[in-house]
Design a protein around this ligand. Structure first.
Ligand SMILES: Nc1nc2c(ncn2[C@@H]2O[C@H](COP(=O)(O)OP(=O)(O)OP(=O)(O)O)[C@@H](O)[C@H]2O)c(=O)[nH]1
Length: 417
């Protein structure tokens, strides 16, 4: 990717962008793959937020059986990860800095107690939104709401006739607890576009706002409340940069939070984006295409999410010249794509449900944007419900189909007779 960037005139090599971002972000280290980054990640004790934690989980060993009396050993306990509200990953780390979680062993069978007791499960409480992933990339579970559970490591079977009464060892593996923000709306944009300002305008959240890029280095969730008490959660996600899909500039750590939001709200600065002096300058239209491309290269299915585009900082475009330019370019897509270099062009274009303008700073049109967001969320929820009902009606394993199984049973009985 870095090489590809270099070949294009005006394209900033990703490592340069990264180097610059590093300066802005202080403690962030370069990571080429998420696995690598997490393999090394030991949370800084001073950090108040982490969105990924690698743990070692070992199930308890099975108890020994008693051959003489045919006694069965107890099964080893499991290491279970449980979603709990108000829990954080940093809590998990603070409670167990070694990040080693071992479940209890099953009890041996004795002549006084032929069936050994099962080992105690080890429970790890994590915040909802955590995904359990092994080093091999296997997803063990997705904990979306309080009470959801997944097993990180199974306990070994107790000794029994099948294993010659020798209790088995439990599973032992490293598991990554990957937290992905769950929100109705995810704000997506380049740094400095005004995402945090928008969040502040529509909710009571108090995100950090500054005129330099990468002010937001962790997702912030605000709740927008309507007069009829309807609430919509909005996640301010850290700004993306070119090459984020290839994990440049902590790209994956930022992009992963987009996955679980229901609607994507793209925020672009009408003046375009320039990381700093000496870096390539992008027009607002180019930033839309680049964001589209980053998402496409990271996970193409994200493009099918409901999406709204908001062109921000209208107060700075007094003669509306820039707004008209970006609007006309967006209207004449895909023809207008011919005006940008090929490397910026996405293969599949996001279908925006609407394109709006606002001034987040002056709170102009911010309510209108939220009203549109609400209408779209409702529209998509209705659509989803209708689809689910349609699917249910077509499913053979439905209540209405019990009769068919009944008929099958009757048919089998007749055959046997
Ligand atoms: N003139 C004007 N300035 C704005 C507007 N919205 C945001 N800004 C300014 O733009 C700068 C960046 O705003 P942020 O809200 O921090 O931008 P962001 O997209 O959250 O930036 P990152 O945290 O880097 O991702 C701040 O100086 C804001 O005051 C707007 O509508 N008009």
């Amino acid at each position: 990717m870095a090489r590809a960037c270099l070949q294009v005139k005006g394209f900033m090599p990703c490592q340069y962008i990264l180097g610059h971002q590093k300066r802005f972000m202080g403690s962030f280290r370069r990571t080429d793959t998420p696995e690598k980054s997490n393999a090394k990640s030991v949370p800084n004790k001073k950090k108040s937020f982490i969105d990924s934690l690698r743990i070692y989980a070992r199930g308890g060993a099975g108890g020994q059986g008693l051959v003489k009396f045919g006694g069965i050993g107890g099964d080893g306990g499991n290491v279970v990860v449980v979603a709990k509200d108000k829990q954080t990953l940093i809590n998990v780390y603070q409670k167990c800095p070694t990040r080693r979680f071992v479940a209890g062993n099953g009890a041996n069978s004795t002549k006084f107690c032929l069936c050994g007791d099962k080992g105690t499960d080890m429970e790890i409480f994590v915040p909802p939104g955590v995904e359990l992933v092994t080093d091999e990339g296997q997803v063990l579970g997705d904990l979306n709401k309080e009470g959801d559970r997944a097993i990180a490591a199974y306990g070994g079977k107790g000794g029994n006739p099948d294993n010659q009464f020798i209790g088995r060892r439990g599973d032992a593996r490293s598991v990554r607890l990957d937290l992905k923000v769950i929100a109705d709306v995810g704000l997506v944009g380049f740094p400095n576009a005004g995402k945090s300002t928008f969040l502040k305008a529509v909710s009571r959240a108090k995100p950090k706002i500054a005129s330099y890029p990468f002010t937001t280095i962790r997702p912030q969730i605000g709740i927008a409340e309507f007069p009829d008490f309807r609430k919509i959660s909005v996640a301010d996600l850290p700004g993306l940069i070119e090459g984020a899909h290839a994990n440049f500039g902590m790209g994956h750590r930022f992009l992963k939070h987009v996955e679980r939001t229901k609607l994507l709200l793209f925020v672009v600065d009408v003046n375009g984006f320039q990381l700093a002096q000496g870096y390539p300058s992008r027009t607002a239209f180019q930033t839309v295409l680049l964001l589209n491309k980053e998402l496409e290269l990271y996970r193409p299915d994200l493009l099918s999410k409901p999406a709204l585009l908001v062109v921000n900082k209208m107060d700075t475009d007094l003669d509306h010249h820039l707004t008209e330019e970006v609007m006309s370019n967006l209207e004449s897509l895909p023809v207008s794509m011919e005006t940008v270099v090929e490397e910026m062009r996405p293969e599949t274009l996001i279908k925006f449900d609407d394109i709006l303008t606002m001034s987040a700073k002056n709170r102009e049109n911010t309510d209108l944007v939220m009203k549109r967001v609400r209408a779209l969320l409702d529209q998509y929820a209705d659509k989803q419900l209708a689809e689910q009902q349609k699917e249910k009606a077509m499913m053979p394993f439905d209540e209405g189909m019990d009769g068919i199984f009944e008929k099958d049973r009757e048919h089998a009985k007749q055959k046997l007779a």
